[in-house]
Design a protein around this ligand. Structure first.
Ligand code: GAL
Length: 444
């Protein structure tokens, strides 16, 4: 039987998530400075078909219509991010009033429409000027980020109550500074470890600053996570899966909870200590009001002798010949249940919100509509899995769908579509998909 939202109780938070660079466009308008993504997309062959986020969904100019559309779909919680380089074109120093004005308009209209804003302070678009000083690999970023956070809270904190400090530090430190497949495109274990440590420090420090300026704020941060399983029951695969679990799930939550970095399983991770100062271990921890978890799939891991540092690799969904999304991720809704249980099992874990989940499928516009039955079914199955975890005692308080509009999907460009609303990137026309209509109905 299909669940209704009543099964979750009336305080359960239902919403949608987006991120600035993926939807706003207006990349150099009204004083905005370049971010690392503005620079990275200009390099050849980094992004699918060399797509760029220069215009994206043109949300910067169309936010009024888009918020009204969101409202018409009964969505009452909206998670979006602030583009740091719209507020501070150089990342530090002079404030760009037009940037402040834009987010004021966005926040005010949301509130007028009865939509609660949930603001992510950093969703991967570091100001380029700061990257030139080393970006996340430079310890000074803790201060740069703190100044930016303080400006946001001072300007918006009278109306914004819900904050998320970082979006998925694992992904931006690993994809951006180890694999080089995301901005800024750096590669190497030392870049990665430095970036990871400074992100973890900034995550706790950012939260402390929000609380010190607005004590009543509700503060969290978000983590990517995937249920991990070994490919076989051989000991080597089990060990490999444990290592992958450290990187995919444990690296940032454990220091935040005061447990320190999980360096036992992976020798190379110990090198992170090189970047630590005497008081850091304490400074890494903070008692958040909530933890945002973001889950899309599970990973099957096997031993791999030739993979440096990890000796582990993913057995892809393609290799396993299982059902996949347009991201080549396995369709595996039970992963949501498992990650919720896993995070809830930490002692002293704050309440959990699912701050992102969704699926990309190749949608087609036919007779003016988009019948995205696979996405719709996936979302329904996920909601069942959230409910299953809740019934077993997991303190899960909300669920946000990734995402409202089809948008710029980082290295994959505009190809994968995750939206509840279809976007024609030539005309900027929006069409609510069947999944969007279903969500509206569900939320009624
Ligand atoms: C998350 C990320 C989002 C979005 C989503 C789908 O990792 O926070 O920005 O891209 O994945 O891939």
């Amino acid at each position: 039987m299909l669940l209704t939202k009543d099964a979750f109780g009336k305080d359960f938070i239902w919403g949608v998530s987006t991120a600035a660079y993926q939807i706003e466009g207006a990349h150099d308008l009204d004083g905005k400075g370049p971010s690392i993504w503005d620079i990275f997309v200009q390099k050849r062959n980094k992004i699918f078909q060399n797509h760029k986020g220069d215009i994206a969904c043109d949300f910067y100019n169309r936010y009024i219509d888009d918020l009204q559309l969101m409202h018409s779909l009964n969505i009452r919680n909206y998670r979006f991010s602030i583009a740091w380089s719209r507020i501070l074109p150089n990342g530090i120093g002079e404030v760009n009033q037009s940037g402040i004005d834009f987010y004021n308009r966005l926040i005010n209209l949301s509130l007028e429409l009865g939509i609660t804003p949930w603001v992510t302070l950093y969703h991967w678009d570091l100001p380029h000027n700061l990257e030139q000083k080393g970006g996340w690999t430079n310890r000074d970023i803790k201060d740069w980020f703190s100044q930016y956070v303080a400006i946001c809270v001072t300007n918006f904190g009278d109306r914004v109550n819900h904050w998320m400090v970082l979006n998925e530090p694992t992904v931006f430190s690993a994809a951006g500074y180890f694999f080089g497949v995301h901005a800024p495109g750096k590669r190497g274990i030392d870049y990665f470890l430095a970036a990871a440590h400074h992100a973890a420090l900034s995550q706790a420090e950012g939260a402390r600053i929000i609380k010190s300026l607005r004590n009543n704020s509700i503060v969290g941060t978000t983590f990517s996570c995937s249920h991990v399983e070994p490919f076989t029951n051989r000991e080597k695969d089990i060990i490999a899966a444990k290592k992958a679990d450290v990187l995919l799930n444990r690296l940032f939550i454990e220091p935040l909870l005061g447990m320190g970095y999980p360096t036992d399983e992976i020798k190379a991770l110990k090198r992170i200590e090189k970047y630590m100062k005497p008081n850091d271990e304490k400074e890494l921890s903070f008692n958040m009001d909530f933890i945002g978890i973001q889950n899309y799939t599970r990973e099957i891991i096997k031993h791999a002798l030739f993979v440096p540092f990890l000796r582990a690799k993913i057995v892809t969904a393609k290799q396993r010949k299982v059902e996949m999304t347009a991201m080549n991720w396995e369709v595996y809704p039970a992963s949501m249940y498992h990650v919720l249980k896993k995070f809830a099992a930490y002692p002293n874990i704050p309440p959990i919100l699912v701050t992102e989940n969704g699926a990309a499928f190749p949608d087609k516009v036919e007779n003016g509509g988009v019948e995205d039955s696979r996405r719709l079914q996936y979302l329904q199955q996920i909601i069942q899995q959230v409910h299953r975890a809740k019934l077993e005692g997991v303190d899960v308080k909300g669920y946000f769908i990734w995402t409202f509009l089809d948008n710029f999907e980082w290295a994959e460009g505009y190809e994968p579509r995750f939206g509840l609303v279809h976007v024609d990137f030539q005309t900027q026309k929006r069409i609510v998909k069947s999944s969007g209509k279903w969500y509206a109905d569900f939320l009624k």
